[in-house]
Design a protein around this ligand. Sequence first.
Ligand code: NAD
Length: 263
Amino acid sequence: MDLQLNGKLALVSGSTAGIGYAIASTLAREGASVIVNGRTQAAVDEAVERMRAETHGTVHGYAADLSQADAAKELVHQHAGISILVNNLGIFEPKAFEDIPDQDWLHFFDVNVLSGVRLARLVLPEMKRLNWGRIIFISSESAVQIPTEMIHYGMTKTAQLAVSRGLAEAVAGTGITVNSVLPGPTKSRGVGDFVEGMARASDKSLDQIEAEFFDHVRPTSLIKRFGTPQEVASLVAYVASPLASATTGAALRVDGGVIKSAF
Ligand code: NAD
């Protein structure tokens, strides 16, 4: 299938590793020009070089913390014509409810929600001018099944669903679609590091930790394993394509069946 992404310019926030890297490289392989973003110049340079070698695509780099308003503004100023925005960057941290101070709630909202809201606001005028655009929020199964071990994270992922549905309605009747994608537990770099840390601390193998995770922490998973960043990226690449023109205002799951509902 030709995803018809040639000539499109895509920004994937937080794309030097993990799900973001897989999304950006898939879009590049499919013919889009992509902007890879991370917080340090060294990480961005390394990711850009690797992605160019792997995809032979057009890959730009932009090192900045995109949860900062000025950085987001500057990026959009420097790279005119972004017509695919993937709001991927996000942080998580297991913490008991009683231990989450006000500043953590605000920080999580700022990084996981407001960063994407701001970027969407910045790219929307150009998308309206083109009468074409794709805005995709990388939310989580945690938007629906709020993890008790990090309620503040769950709050931000639910908020993304509200923003994406509301924005899809606000641009109704145009060629712009807005969707959210809900990965399940996915072996990204962040999650991989976390699992390896647990394995070291408990003297268990990675396979044992994974099996226990799906027995006790996410027992509703139907695939009984972590998803891969590429599995998420494949869905995102389709949603980013002109072929997905009738898919908008939706919360699309690539969660291994963790959410215990058919729709
Ligand atoms: P990750 O930690 O492996 O990678 C995140 C990337 O974002 C890194 O390149 C990091 O440097 C970058 N980043 C973080 N904060 C940034 C900032 N302020 N500015 C610029 N770059 C920043 O993360 P991941 O697991 O791939 O997660 C990506 C997205 O997927 C997140 O929104 C997360 O909530 C969501 N998600 C992940 C999982 C999972 O199990 N991995 C499940 C559901 C949803």
